[in-house]
Design a protein around this ligand. Structure first.
Ligand code: IPM
Ligand code: MN
Length: 361
C-alpha cells in the first residue's frame, strides 16, 4: 500500500484549527481509497518565533525535502511585525523548495452566496496559475540615502526566460488536462495570459512572446487569449464565465486571486497549491490567520479541506480528490448557512466531520 509522508504546519491563529479538519478528511480518504499517510507536525509560526527568534531554519527546509507534501495552515501573528513571518516562513519555503507554481482555483460551489448578481457555479469556474518564484517577490532592490529627502527605493520585478517558460509549460499542460473542454464544460481549452504589456513593456513583452511561441509550436489546440491585469479585474466581476485557465506573474497573481476568492464566496473556501512539479509541494488555505476568531471553533475549515483535495490530486490520488470535492459541494449545498466565520451554523469541527463522513460513504 502506498504511504505518503505529510508534513503539517498548523502555523498561527486559526491555522492549526483548520489543518486538524483537513487531516481528518485526509484520514477518511486514505481509508476509503486504500493508501496510507504518515503525518508529522511542525510548530513553525509566530509563537515559536517569539520564544526562539527562529522562523524557518535551514535545517527545517532540508527536512521538508523528505516529505511527499506539506500542509500549511496560516502564517501571521498580531505580536510580530508584518513581513517577518511571511518572508521568513511562507516565502522562504516557496523559494527554498522552488515551488514555482501557485495554483489557485476560483470556483463557486453550489449553495454558496456569490456577491455578484446573477452569477452562479456555471459562471465562476476557472483557475489562476500564478508564477510563484519571480517578479517583485525576489527581493531585488534596495534603499539608498535612507532618511534623507533624496531617499530612493527600488524594488524590481524580475523574470528570466527560464522562469517564464517553466510556468507557461505548466499552465499549457494544465489547460490541456483540466481546461473547460477537458472537463466537458466547453468546446475549447483556453489559456489566457494576464499581463500589462501596455506599461510593463519589458517583463510582459517577454511573457507574451514566450506564451505565443510555446502555444503555437507545442499546444496548437489550446486557444490563447490575452488580458491586461486591470481589465482582468473588470471581467472577473462582469463576465467571469469567459475564463478557463489564466496564467500570470507573481504579483498580479497575488492580487487577482484575492478578488477571485471573494467571488467564490470568500476566504473561507479559497485554497491554493504551491507546487514544484518535480519536488515537494505545499498546500494552504489562502486566507490569513484570523486572530479574532482564533480558538473559538468558528472558523471555516473548507479552504484547508480544499487544499487537501489539491494535495491528493497533485500526489496522483485523483479519485480521492474528486470525492473530497463532491463532499465539500454536498456540505455547501445542503448544510452550511454561510461560509463566513461564526455564521456557518456549525462549528469548525462539525464541518470537518460532515465532509469526512461524506468522503467515507
Ligand atoms: C498569499 C499571501 C502572501 C503573498 C503573503 C502573506 C506573503 O498574500 O499567499 O497570497 O503575497 O504571496
Ligand atoms: Mn495574497
Amino acid at each position: 500500500m502506498k504511504t505518503y509522508k505529510i508534513a503539517v504546519i498548523g502555523g498561527d491563529g486559526t491555522g492549526p484549527e483548520v489543518t486538524v479538519e483537513a487531516v481528518k478528511v485526509l484520514d477518511a480518504a486514505a481509508a476509503k481509497f486504500g493508501f496510507k499517510t504518515e503525518k508529522t507536525d511542525f510548530d513553525f509560526g509566530g509563537e515559536r518565533f517569539k520564544r526562539t527568534g527562529e522562523t524557518l531554519p535551514d535545517s527545517a527546509v532540508e527536512e521538508m525535502k523528505k516529505f511527499d507534501a506539506i500542509l500549511l495552515g496560516a502564517i501571521g501573528h498580531p505580536d510580530v511585525k508584518p513581513g517577518i513571518l511571511e518572508k521568513g516562513i511562507l516565502l522562504k519555503m516557496r523559494f527554498a523548495l522552488d515551488q514555482y507554481i501557485n495554483l489557485r482555483p476560483v470556483r463557486l460551489f453550489p449553495g454558496v452566496e456569490c456577491p455578484i448578481k446573477d452569477k452562479g457555479p456555471e459562471q465562476i469556474d476557472y483557475v489562476v496559475v500564478r508564477e510563484n518564484s519571480g517578479d517583485a517577490y525576489t527581493g531585488t532592490g534596495g534603499i539608498t540615502m535612507k532618511g534623507t529627502p533624496n531617499e530612493v527605493a527600488v524594488q524590481s520585478a524580475v523574470y528570466t526566460r527560464f522562469q517564464v517558460d517553466r510556468c507557461l509549460r505548466y499552465a499549457f499542460e494544465y489547460a490541456l488536462r483540466h481546461g473547460k473542454k477537458a472537463r466537458g464544460k466547453g468546446t475549447e481549452n483556453t489559456l489566457a495570459l494576464v499581463g500589462k504589456t501596455n506599461v510593463l513593456t519589458f517583463i510582459y513583452d517577454l511573457w507574451e512572446r514566450a506564451f505565443h511561441e510555446m502555444g503555437q509550436k507545442e499546444y496548437p489546440d489550446i486557444r490563447r487569449d490575452y488580458y491586461h491585469v486591470d481589465a482582468t479585474c473588470m471581467w472577473m466581476v462582469k463576465s467571469p464565465e469567459w475564463f478557463d485557465v489564466l496564467v500570470t506573474g507573481n504579483l498580479f497573481g497575488d492580487i487577482i486571486t484575492d478578488l477571485g476568492a471573494m467571488t467564490q464566496g470568500g476566504m473561507g473556501i479559497a485554497a491554493g497549491g504551491n507546487i514544484n512539479p518535480e519536488g515537494v509541494s505545499m498546500f494552504e488555505p489562502i486566507g490569513g490567520s484570523a486572530p479574532k476568531y482564533t480558538g473559538k471553533g468558528v472558523i471555516n475549515p473548507l479552504a484547508a479541506i480544499c487544499a487537501m483535495q489539491m494535495m491528493l490530486e497533485t500526489l496522483g490520488q485523483d479519485k480521492a480528490g474528486a470525492k473530497i470535492e463532491e463532499a465539500v459541494k454536498f456540505v455547501t449545498a445542503n448544510k452550511l448557512k454561510s461560509l463566513a466565520a461564526g455564521k456557518m451554523g456549525f462549528t469548525t469541527s462539525q464541518v470537518g466531520d460532515m465532509v469526512a463522513q461524506k468522503v467515507a460513504e
